[in-house]
Design a protein around this ligand. Structure first.
Ligand code: ZN
Ligand code: ZN
Length: 458
């Protein structure tokens, strides 16, 4: 069995991994880097030039996992494409949105190779995707398989928590079992239920380590954190301010809406206007449409109907004032320049009445990460094309990550005790912490940090 990390650095960027077993070749995920541009935003697909793929498997629809799928499909025209039906529906909407974003970047930033693919190509690509349910093994020809197929390679999706449609991927071949976690959350969120992962029988584990550099605060519970958020919203509104919540369109937006719904039900907060972005509306529609058929919490909650959010888009964002007593839950979560949350932040940052609440992960080098590290009163630059701003508004951080805590990842891996553990999807300090913990806890296991571009024998 062979494995190659196709990312360009050890980081959470354009996630993509090559896997070969039983004479078959596949790629797990093909993301787009959220911060890089042009060629640097792609995984290192050149490594695949003399390795024609049988299949591409997508764990979930976040762009750092699906964002370059049309490019890889163009380079690998014979590969079969597999994902869950929900990931296909969400992924199609996100890729079309990505075409629009890249087209804007071409105009505004002069990235000549953008867009990397077109709307037409995205449509043609999505026609070729094959949907696979959770818990049903299949072959790379797309046929149903049993769990004891022998030597041939089979694939099975399992529920990864994280966001709607997200799956971990079990690969069985040559009498061994390899498990790729994708992005995982073991705990229930407000809407998304925690992962259902295998607890034994895994020989090789490929594990994400997103939160490896952040300890869980002492005594942390999600309920207490939700209460802390409700109280902070109340305080911000009483001070006459509004709240900007930079959120991912997929996942965090719906979890935030779900929490606000709960706060109203629990009479912690009254009614107030909520604003979300156009892409978030599309994502939320999918959550609502699939509510009763997916494994989730609050299955009867129809978010759009219940919370009735106002919608902002790339045009209306420029003339919508920041008004007190309102929540602006806008993407992107990392506040990438030219996105709604970045543009709206200019109206919020210098006003001490207003607040910015972070509710999830942000890359330390992204504008959101830079803002989190800025001291009150300091200047902060969120967009190289705009003048810096003085940070006068309140900034608060809450822990509602869609990723497993590092403690729960270590617990899970200890219980599973695979012979080999490959650590991926983490910045260097996160990977190093996880490596040290697992190497100490499982002396009989080999813990590997796969060097980008280097072929490993698993
Ligand atoms: Zn994700
Ligand atoms: Zn990810």
């Amino acid at each position: 069995m062979k494995f190659i990390n196709l990312t360009r650095r050890t980081e959470i960027g354009a996630n993509s991994y090559y896997f070969e077993a039983a004479g078959q070749r596949l790629v797990l995920d093909c993301g787009m880097h959220p911060k890089q541009e042009g060629e640097e935003a792609l995984p290192n697909f050149r490594i695949l030039d003399d390795r024609p793929l049988d299949a591409i498997i997508v764990s979930h629809a976040h762009l750092d996992h699906i964002g370059t799928l049309p490019v890889l499909m163009r380079r690998q025209p014979d590969a079969q494409i597999f994902m869950t039906e929900t990931t296909a529906e969400i992924g199609s909407a996100l890729l079309h949105n990505s075409v629009n974003v890249m087209t804007r970047q071409r105009e505004e930033l002069g990235v000549v190779m953008y867009p990397l693919f077109t709307h037409k190509e995205t449509d043609r690509a999505t026609d070729r995707w094959r949907w696979c349910p959770l818990g049903q093994p299949f072959t790379l020809a797309g046929e149903r398989a049993s769990r004891s197929e022998g030597d041939a390679l089979t694939v099975e999706f399992v529920d990864a928590g994280h966001v709607l449609g997200a799956a971990g991927v079990i690969l069985r071949a040559e009498g061994r079992t390899v498990f790729y976690s994708g992005d995982v959350n073991f705990d229930d969120q407000t809407i998304t239920a925690g992962a259902v992962f295998p607890e034994s029988g895994v020989d090789v584990l490929i594990m994400e380590t997103t939160r490896g550099d952040h300890p869980l605060p002492e005594g942390f519970t999600r309920e207490a954190e939700e209460r802390r958020l409700a109280e902070a919203i109340e305080r911000a509104f009483s001070a006459g301010g509004c709240i900007l919540m930079p959120v991912f369109a997929l996942g965090k937006t719906q979890e935030a809406l779900g929490m606000i719904y709960k706060f109203r039900k629990q009479k912690l907060l009254g009614e107030f206007p909520i604003y979300i972005g156009g892409l978030s509306v599309k994502m939320t529609e999918i959550y609502d449409r699939r509510a009763l058929t997916m494994r989730r919490l609050l299955p009867r909650l129809q978010l759009l109907e219940e919370l009735n959010p106002f919608v902002l888009n790339g045009q209306t964002i420029h003339d919508s004032p920041a008004r007190g007593g309102r929540i602006y839950a806008l993407s992107s979560g990392m506040m990438t320049p030219k996105t709604l949350s970045n543009i709206f932040a200019r109206r919020v940052i210098e006003n001490p009445e207003h607040s910015i609440f972070f509710v999830g992960y942000a890359d330390p080098e992204s504008p959101a990460g830079i803002l989190k590290a800025t001291q009150p009163g300091e200047l902060v630059s969120l967009d190289p094309e705009e003048p810096p701003l003085r940070l006068n508004c309140k900034v608060e951080q809450f822990q509602f990550s869609a990723h497993a805590s590092r403690e729960s990842i270590v617990d899970y891996v200890k219980k599973l005790a695979p012979k080999k553990i490959v650590l991926v999807h983490g910045d260097m300090p996160a990977v190093e912490w996880t490596h040290a913990q697992l190497a100490a806890a499982l002396p009989g296991s080999e813990v590997i940090v796969p060097k980008p571009g280097v072929e490993l024998e698993l």
